[in-house]
Design a protein around this ligand. Structure first.
Ligand code: NAP
Length: 262
């Protein structure tokens, strides 16, 4: 990789929002290290090399970020090159009734959505604060502000990421390092199918465009903004409503869209 271009790390970059975040960084002239669990991350690497006006370097790292070993292996793959921008985005969801779901699936989701983000943030923010430079994006969700019946653990992981990121924004406020909280609404990706939610109103609903979510997200990161709610007006309205509607009402509304068909 060349040292002339800035470097961006994107986790969960093989599909959906992460793939589009990586594309945006390529368009902005960043070299990339992209990470995901399956072979697709290697396939998309070649597409991303020529996604922008100039060719960039893209290194694909196939790694299970639900394990500490996977996080360490990704960090090692960065070698000594400083990371200018990091998008901690990899995540999975899980639909269904809490008492019926497999505990192992829920704990693995916590390992990925929560633990790997804390672990990577620890490693990367130590480097960034030592250099007093760097930008980080954390993908939470507008679901962070809603108790999530039939997605109970998923929504809680996203609430954790919101609280965690907002706390660090305060801790880092005397440094040049910035953290941007990405709050997407329902977005057209594979996450709902993978979560077993095809048989829910949310799974079937029209959703936001991941490319537009990522465009707004990277613009906000580059501007050093604290938070970006992306991307449609409906998503922005839902996020605003989430600030005033009581939690019990939000839970009841969430259940209407996330409960599987009877
Ligand atoms: N889509 C939405 O409506 C929505 C709304 C709000 C927030 N979000 C958040 O956006 C983020 C991206 O999700 P998405 O909607 O773009 O879904 P997606 O298309 O399913 O992408 C998920 C990405 O995470 C990777 N990943 C999953 N498990 C992994 C593991 N154990 N180790 C490494 N990588 C792993 C996947 O790679 P593999 O396929 O290789 O596993 C994939 O690249 C998530 O954090 C999600 O919570 C999504």
């Amino acid at each position: 990789m060349t040292d002339n271009r800035p470097l961006a790390l994107v986790t969960g970059a093989s599909s959906g929002i992460g793939l589009e975040l990586a594309r945006q960084f390529a368009i902005h002239g960043y070299d990339l290290v992209i990470a995901a669990e399956n072979d697709a991350v290697e396939t998309v690497a070649s597409e991303l090399r020529t996604a922008g006006p100039a060719t960039v370097q893209v290194e694909a790292v196939k790694v299970d970020l639900a394990t500490s070993d996977g996080v360490q292996r990704l960090y090692s793959a960065l070698a000594s090159r400083p990371v200018d921008a990091a998008a901690l985005n990899a995540g999975v969801a899980l639909g269904g009734a809490f008492v019926e779901n497999d505990l192992a699936d829920e704990l693995r989701m916590i390992e990925l959505n929560v633990k790997s983000t804390v672990h990577l943030a620890k490693l990367l923010l130590r480097d960034m604060t030592a250099r007093d430079a760097g930008r980080m994006l954390v993908t939470s969700s507008i679901a962070a502000a809603m108790p999530g019946p039939y997605q109970a653990v998923y929504n809680a992981t996203k609430s954790f990421l919101q609280s965690f990121t907002e706390a660090l924004q305060n801790e880092l406020s005397d440094s040049a390092v910035t953290m941007t909280l990405l709050m997407p609404g329902p977005t057209e990706t594979n996450i709902f199918h993978r979560a077993g939610m095809d048989n829910t109103p949310l799974g079937r609903a029209d959703k936001d465009d991941p490319a537009e979510v990522a465009k707004q997200a990277v613009e906000a990161l580059l501007a050093g903004k604290d938070r970006v709610v992306a991307e449609s007006l409906m998503t922005k309205a839902q996020e605003l409503a989430g600030k005033v509607v009581p939690d019990k009402v939000k839970a009841a509304l969430h259940r209407k869209v996330s409960e599987p068909d009877q």
